[in-house]
Design a protein around this ligand. Structure first.
Ligand code: GCU
Length: 356
């Protein structure tokens, strides 16, 4: 028997999207205010509140190698700095941009687990051959991925009483500062700046694009729990697991939903909806049971009405669960499912490169 997607979604009892405060249907004109409400709810309950963007981001160049990758690219080691409540904060980034591209190039702000370029998650030559550049952030340079009591990195630069942000939000904040810098250059296509990441950094990429409308695309790879996957009815990792093992990724409030997902006044389709009408690309892997492929697909289905309200194609998909080899890319939400394990693979990159 073929179960319809709407029937599966109905069984998850998701909080309804696109409702006004009195429960009525939202109109297109009300979306911006509604989006702000979604973000404030998600900040309050899951990711924490963050400081406002600094007035300016300063850049200094440490090194420039103009003929890397067989002469195809210029690689620059940069330091980005900005003022915080407690003085200047700086973090290093690497910029790789294609040489000899006559027009402005699209860029990926890539949050990564290692500072290396290329990297097993970052097939640099393929990205360059597609005419795109990369601004790489090594996430531990911004905030340590560990329980340091929020005593180091960017966490130490702001009052913990004032801002409840967890590490995911801190890394997302850094992605926005990288974007501040890119928008000041004259070689970047301002309308085509994506943010990309895998796993915990896939959650971060989605968060960054939800909060920062200047990103045109979020590449959300194998993000799973608290990323692009619905929490209600989720297999593999649950809110209880993630808040126990990685409490510092979130604000304190999120813990109360461990084993109480049904009480959440939101689910992860709200986060995807907050990117509307811009593009969200969700990538899943068949053997990534911990992230739950179907839960990620269903979140895309459930977020689609937000994009449709704004006159865009939302998530265009057949009325069935995903199969390996699927790549649904006709709408503003795209989804692909590849064979294999939890990994940021070239197959994933090829999908994202076709979307930027
Ligand atoms: C753990 C965690 C996931 C996360 C992953 C990763 O498995 O439970 O939520 O996505 O690490 O970042 O690699």
């Amino acid at each position: 028997m073929c179960i319809k997607i709407n029937e599966i979604l109905a069984e998850r009892h998701l909080p309804l999207l696109l409702r006004t405060s009195d429960g009525g249907p939202l109109k297109k004109e009300g979306f911006e205010a509604y989006r702000a409400e979604l973000l404030s709810l998600l900040a309050q309950e899951v990711y924490g509140t963050a400081p406002a963007a600094p007035a300016e981001v300063r850049v200094s160049e440490q090194k420039c190698r103009p003929k890397e990758f067989a002469g195809k690219a210029t690689v620059r080691e940069l330091t980005l700095s900005f003022d915080t409540e407690r003085g200047e904060f700086s973090f290093p980034v690497t910029e790789v941009r294609p040489n000899g591209v006559p027009k402005k190039c699209p860029m990926f702000v890539v949050l990564n687990f290692r500072p290396d370029i290329p990297d097993k998650y970052l097939p640099m030559e393929e990205i360059l051959d597609a005419g795109c550049g990369v601004l790489r952030i090594y996430y531990n340079d911004v905030a340590l991925d560990g329980d340091d009591g929020f005593a180091g990195g960017i966490a130490a630069m702001y009052d913990r009483e004032r801002y409840t942000w967890g590490k995911l939000r801190m890394w997302a904040f850094a992605a926005s500062r990288a974007l501040d810098y890119l928008l000041k250059t004259d070689y970047v296509d301002r309308k085509r700046i994506a943010v990309a990441g895998h796993s915990r950094l896939g959650k971060t990429a989605l968060l960054a694009a939800a909060f920062d409308t200047r990103f045109s695309l979020a590449c959300v790879n194998n993000s799973g729990c608290s990323g692009a996957a619905l929490s209600r009815g989720k297999e593999g990792e649950r809110v209880r697991d993630i808040t126990k093992r990685f409490p510092y990724w979130f604000c304190e409030n999120y813990k109360k939903y461990a084993d109480h997902e049904a009480d959440m006044p939101f689910d992860q389709h709200f986060l995807i909806a907050a990117v509307a009408p811009r593009r969200v690309a969700v990538g899943a892997a068949l053997e990534d049971i911990w992230a739950d492929t179907d839960a990620q697909y269903l979140a895309c289905c459930a977020a689609s009405p937000a994009f449709e309200l704004l006159g865009k194609k939302g998530f265009i998909h057949p009325d069935r669960l995903p199969q390996p080899g699927d790549f649904f890319s006709a709408g503003q939400i795209t989804f692909h499912l590849r064979e294999g394990t939890h990994f940021f693979s070239r197959a994933d990159w090829h999908c994202y490169l076709s979307l930027i």
